[in-house]
Ligand binder design. Structure first.
Ligand code: HEM
Length: 523
């Protein structure tokens, strides 16, 4: 709701609120805080933290202060940056109970993310949603969904035979189809499906919402009610204006799939395994038998929505990063193809005998390294989703005040030279053990977060990325476009800023490896 008031009143009101907030916060005890640059006594570090890719700045501060834990504040709200896997393990994993909260994400609330697990504060509702999602996507609970992932991966590869230039949208279709089938049991149309457009809109909305929890409106929630013209007074209010503009797209992705399937589940006509059929089915049966339901319909709707919202674009983006690197590193692509061919077998003409499936996964170790390297090389959520501390804590003699916003800097961890040689290079061989001739570097930790808020969809996501890449690499060649002068055109890709770092569009030339590969896909 917007209140019709004049700009002068707005400026006066904002100033009073800021002074009030600062006064309240400045009364707290001052113990030794983790190191960091000194900030302005009023604004703190509000103006020092870059809006674009702050994770890079935090790496620099880590070097300047020679510390893997940093402190800064924004309007006296303490912010803690964790730049190493060790400190993230100690605080977020080992002392997980104290860091299970999230700060309030007011901008994301305005956008309509209120009932999505990712943004729920520590509460009975959070615990309920966490239980629902965590239990649904353990390694073994993901197995029944493998046929869906495999079918959609083959469908996408088959469609690329007809429209190779549409590879990017077809992969978007793949990841949207998988989460909608798993979340709701919905099958999407092959061409121009409205859900695919919804997924694109949601990505646009969240991608441009800035770093979650970091805007002035997140720090002073009442500012969310300010009228639209504040956007013109200061760029600090742009995230709020953006949230208001994009709210309908988030709401739509929550409501549309639920409404499309509710009647089917109620009538018992839903046959595919899905989160909704299982949990909403149970809800209906409890209702019929007079038993109490722990979750309300709003809870189930929010949890099912979280699967499609948190699971679609994330999986898609990871596949895209793999493709980008496979086409720009032909030697790596050739090595994965060789591995796949060895496992699925080739005939006397060198043609593959069958398409890969999930049973091949344990033997496709190098492909697994490629996927893990993509998550390290370009962590999807470079600063993760911030946690918040519930109580005061002490780490290495440093005070971490209660209510701190805690960012686990996955970007910094991915560039940690103590573990990764030439960390900016895409090099899956780094994970091959030393006895096997590799560097024996550790698989990345951080891209899926930490502790009690770690991504519950990790197994599902990695399985989806695996099957679509295995299928594509068994049947297709991925190449850079060639300039008319005969030179390869290597794309210069930039990544979006904010909650998730998604690569820009780029061209990739996709061609079937052989007639046999084409036949196998068409079968
Ligand atoms: C490659 C793909 C994915 C990546 C890189 C990724 C990454 C992340 C990260 C970094 C977090 C924050 C963790 C933290 O706060 O410490 C997160 C949370 C979450 N992810 Fe994923 N994710 C992916 C796929 C999925 C999928 C497929 C699902 C579907 C089930 C999913 C559902 C969620 C949910 C519901 C949360 C919020 C958890 C909470 O706040 O308790 N994600 N993810």
């Amino acid at each position: 709701m917007e209140i019709p008031i004049s700009p002068r009143i707005v400026i006066g009101l904002v100033t009073c609120l800021i002074i009030g907030t600062l006064y309240k916060r400045s009364r707290k005890t001052r113990l030794q805080l983790p190191p960091g640059p000194s900030g302005n006594p009023i604004w703190g570090h509000l103006r020092m933290v870059p809006k674009d890719h702050p994770e890079h700045q935090f790496v620099k501060w880590g070097e300047v202060y020679n510390s893997d834990i940093l402190y800064y504040n924004v309007l006296s709200r303490p912010v803690i940056i964790l730049n190493s896997v060790e400190v993230a393990h100690t605080l977020l994993d080992k002392r997980g109970a104290n860091y299970a909260d999230r700060p309030r994400f007011v901008v994301f609330e305005v956008m309509g993310w209120g009932v999505t697990l990712t943004f729920l504060r520590w509460s009975p509702r959070f615990r309920l949603h966490r239980k629902l999602l965590q239990q649904s996507f353990t390694q073994s609970a993901c197995k029944p969904y493998r046929p869906i992932q495999q079918e959609e991966a083959r469908r996408a590869a088959k469609a690329m035979l007809r429209k190779p230039q549409d590879w990017e949208i077809l992969l978007r279709q793949f990841s949207t189809a998988v989460v909608l089938r798993i979340g709701f049991g919905i099958e999407i149309q092959e061409v121009n499906d409205p859900y695919v457009q919804m997924a694109i809109d949601v990505e646009e909305a969240t991608g441009k919402g800035g770093v979650p929890g970091a805007s002035i409106v997140d720090l002073i929630p009442i500012l969310r009610h300010l009228p639209s013209f504040v956007e013109k007074i200061s760029t600090a209010f742009q995230p709020l204006a953006h949230a208001r503009r994009t709210k309908p797209s988030i709401q739509h992705l929550h409501d549309a799939p639920w409404e499309a399937t509710e009647t089917f589940v109620r009538s018992g006509a839903a046959t595919q395994p899905s989160f909704m059929r299982k949990h909403f089915g149970r809800y209906i049966s409890n209702e019929k038998n007079g038993k109490t339901n722990e979750a309300t319909i709003a809870d189930l709707k929010g949890a099912a929505g979280a699967i499609s919202i948190a699971g679609g674009n994330t999986t898609w983006s990871t596949v895209i990063v793999c493709i980008l690197n496979l086409m720009t590193h032909p030697q790596i692509q050739a090595k994965v193809k060789q591995e796949i061919e060895k496992v699925i077998g080739v005939d006397e003409h060198g043609n593959i005998r069958r398409l890969p499936d999930f049973d091949d996964r344990p033997q496709l170790e190098y492909l697994e390294y490629v996927i893990r390297e993509a998550t390290r090389w370009a962590p999807l959520s470079p600063l993760g989703v911030p946690h918040a501390s519930l109580e005061d804590d002490i780490y290495n003699g440093y005070h971490i005040p209660r209510g701190s916003v805690v960012f686990a800097n996955a970007w910094a961890m991915s560039r940690d030279e103590r573990y990764y040689s030439s960390p900016g290079e895409f090099n899956p061989d780094r994970y091959i053990s030393k006895p096997e001739g590799g560097k024996g570097e550790p698989l990345p930790e951080g891209p899926f977060g930490f502790g009690r808020r770690v991504c519950p969809g990790e197994h599902l996501a990695l399985a989806g990325v695996y099957i679509v890449l295995a299928t594509l690499l068994a049947t297709m060649d991925l190449n850079c476009p060639i300039h008319e002068n005969g030179e390869r055109i290597e794309p210069r890709v930039t990544f979006s800023n904010g909650l998730s770092g998604v690569p820009d569009s780029f061209q990739c030339v996709i061609t079937p490896t052989s007639e046999r590969a084409r036949e196998l896909l068409l079968q």
